[in-house]
Design a protein around this ligand. Structure first.
Ligand SMILES: NC(=O)C1=CN([C@@H]2O[C@H](COP(=O)(O)OP(=O)(O)OC[C@H]3O[C@@H](n4cnc5c(N)ncnc54)[C@H](O)[C@@H]3O)[C@@H](O)[C@H]2O)C=CC1
Ligand SMILES: NCC(=O)COP(=O)(O)O
Length: 327
């Protein structure tokens, strides 16, 4: 039997606890969702505040049987009680520690995958956190030189080549090598985890009209086209550079398995507009499985009973499917 999943608490002032409770209830009510038993790594008092039964466990293996009765919790104390909507850098060490613990459990095979609840990056930066986000942090913890961010929904998968940097910096740092690396890792993941034998990769342009033959920018001819040539030489079905404004139309989506995008919002705006509820964030290229909901901490609605657990449910399902396939 596949080992349980571990779910981190994320920022305890956000909606992570509410959606974890919602996901536990949904998977209990609908076993057809195919979610493996999971345990929540979090503060016990905090985890007990979401209207569902919890059971404190010492070993993730105990989650398999406890899950039918309650949400299993691996105790991970906060420094100060969490107040919904009011993040506190005093809890940064506990938030970061939960991610480290989930990574280590997945690396040792004690759990089959890690799923992360959202963190507020600025809150962790204020406490000295040096990584842009989970993707890079878990990459560092697992000695992965280039962890790649994919967001996957039912109709669209996107991979931003540059991620959590300013738009100016994204343009300055975009390279042929970075595009080739992101596309090559995406190609391997589509075969391994999505069972797509011959993935088709649509490579976005950067400028309006993909540069209009150089009249609106030469990044396409200098940087992106050579990457596509390199990918095709490696027998990867990559094509483009595509005009970004038309590559996400319903008809265009049918022509590829993933879009390799040049910057964060080029990738995430279409994905979240098409289906924010059912899309999932996956880190590609790691030695372990890591997924997460596609949304953030949603401090504006935390504690108000408005948080929808759909994306976390999709993330837990995706982790379960990937774990099953790899097993
Ligand atoms: N994987 C992660 O850890 C991620 C963390 N973040 C962090 O989240 C924080 C807030 O980011 P925002 O840009 O405000 O994005 P957000 O996704 O937290 O919120 C955007 C809007 O969507 C709503 N929303 C989000 N998730 C929802 C849900 N499950 N149910 C109902 N409504 C929902 C919010 O109430 C808000 O109005 C930032 O500090 C950012 O760093 C953002 C994205 C991913
Ligand atoms: N916008 C996506 C996002 O912030 C996810 O980042 P990460 O924490 O999963 O690296």
């Amino acid at each position: 039997m596949t080992a349980p999943l571990a779910l981190t608490m994320g920022d305890p002032a956000g909606i992570g606890g509410e959606i974890a409770a919602g996901a536990w209830l949904a998977s209990r009510q609908n076993p057809g969702l195919g979610i493996h038993p999971f345990c929540l790594i979090g503060d016990v008092r905090w985890a007990g505040g979401f209207g569902i039964p919890i059971e404190v466990i010492d070993d993730p293996a105990a989650a398999a049987t406890a899950f039918a009765r309650a949400l299993p919790v691996l105790a991970h104390p906060l420094a100060t009680p969490a107040i919904p909507g009011q993040p506190d850098p005093a809890n940064a060490a506990a938030i970061i520690g939960a991610i480290e613990r989930a990574t280590s459990l997945a690396m040792s095979g004690t759990t089959s995958a890690m799923v992360t609840n959202p963190i507020a990056k600025s809150v962790l930066y204020a406490a000295g956190f040096k990584h842009p986000g989970h993707t890079e942090f878990i990459g560092a913890l697992t000695n992965t030189p280039t962890p790649i961010m994919m967001l996957a929904g039912p109709a669209l998968r996107v991979v931003p080549v540059t991620v959590h940097v300013s738009l100016r910096r994204a343009i300055e740092t975009l390279t042929t090598e970075a595009i080739i690396t992101a596309a090559t890792i995406t190609h391997a993941a589509l075969i391994r985890d999505f069972a797509i034998p011959t993935p088709r990769l649509a490579i976005a342009g950067l400028n309006p009209h993909a540069g209009e033959s150089g009249a609106m920018g030469d990044d396409e001819t200098r940087i992106i086209a050579p990457a596509i040539a390199g990918l095709r030489a490696a027998e990867i079905d990559a094509f483009g550079p595509l005009p970004p404004d038309t590559m996400f139309t319903p008809i265009a989506l049918q022509g590829y398995d993933a879009a390799i995008c040049m910057y964060h919002d080029q990738a995430l705006i279409p994905l979240k507009t098409i289906d924010m509820e059912n899309s999932v964030n996956i880190t590609l290229g790691l030695p372990i499985i890591r997924t997460s909901p596609d949304h953030g901490t949603a401090f504006d609605i935390a504690g108000k009973g408005l948080a929808r657990p759909a994306s976390l449910i999709a993330a837990l399902r995706m982790a379960s499917i990937m774990a099953g396939q790899r097993a």
